[in-house]
Write a protein that binds this ligand. Structure first.
Ligand code: 5RP
Length: 222
């Protein structure tokens, strides 16, 4: 099975968590694109979606699913999104696609966050994937210096601005042993819009697709 087939199988397994008649939160990326495509036969059951990116919005609209503002949707019962890395506590690194700020907001505003990924994304310790940090443009250099003080090697994502008009620093060389504390620490740096570490609000369920089939993981307690 290819990595892409693993993503598609994980996306397919998430369909059973749909709640007919209720709006859904939709993330961003190639795994989520599979999920959106698989929604086609269910679209009459989905009154609306809240989307984390312009790219997902366009794909949802092309399918005929109305996209609404989170302010009008209230609390969502389900949010489905991918990840760049996940640990056994279902804490995540996200933002490889640059949509981390809206993704974090929708995850926070949802009762259940189902993360879908191919099984290569499960790791012992987060940090091999460069940690994305979205910053206010004028704070770029300052935040980069602070991230160096925390042991990372930030690199400006070239030729990229987020849907919010901000640059992203991708922080290399980290091994994140204490994700909750590290997320709090980065959130305290002035000029940081969002860090792509989802530890305070981890996923509730991780669905992994791979050669061995589909696995569903709940957060490990120790
Ligand atoms: C976008 C994300 C994506 O969920 C993450 O990058 C995974 O992408 P893919 O499903 O293409 O592997 O966080 O900001």
């Amino acid at each position: 099975m290819t990595q892409d087939e693993g993503k598609r199988e994980a996306a397919r397994a998430a369909l059973k968590y749909l709640r007919p008649g209720e709006p859904i939160g939709i993330g961003t990326g190639s795994t989520v694109n599979h999920f959106i495509d698989l929604l086609a036969p269910h679209k009459l059951d989905i009154p609306a979606a809240v989307s984390s990116s312009e790219a997902s919005t366009a794909r949802l609209k092309a399918l005929g699913i109305p996209v609404v503002d989170l302010n009008d949707a209230g609390t969502l019962s389900l949010y489905v999104d991918g990840a760049d890395e996940a640990n056994r506590h279902l804490q995540l690194i996200k933002g490889g696609g640059g949509a981390l700020t809206r993704e974090k907001i929708i995850a926070a505003a949802s009762r259940m966050f189902v993360c879908i990924a191919d099984d290569s994304k499960l790791v012992q310790a987060l940090g091999r994937f460069p940690l994305p940090v979205e910053v206010v443009p004028m704070a770029r250099s300052y935040v980069a210096r602070e991230l160096v003080r925390l042991g990372g090697s930030p690199e400006l994502r070239k030729g990229f601005t987020t849907d919010n008009g901000n640059p992203i620093l991708d922080v290399h060389g980290l091994r994140i042993e204490k994700p909750i504390e590290f997320e709090t620490r980065i959130n305290q740096i002035a000029g940081v819009v969002t860090v792509g570490l989802f530890a305070h609000r981890a996923a509730d369920l991780l669905i992994l697709g791979g050669a061995g089939g589909v696995r569903e993981l709940k957060a490990a307690t120790s």
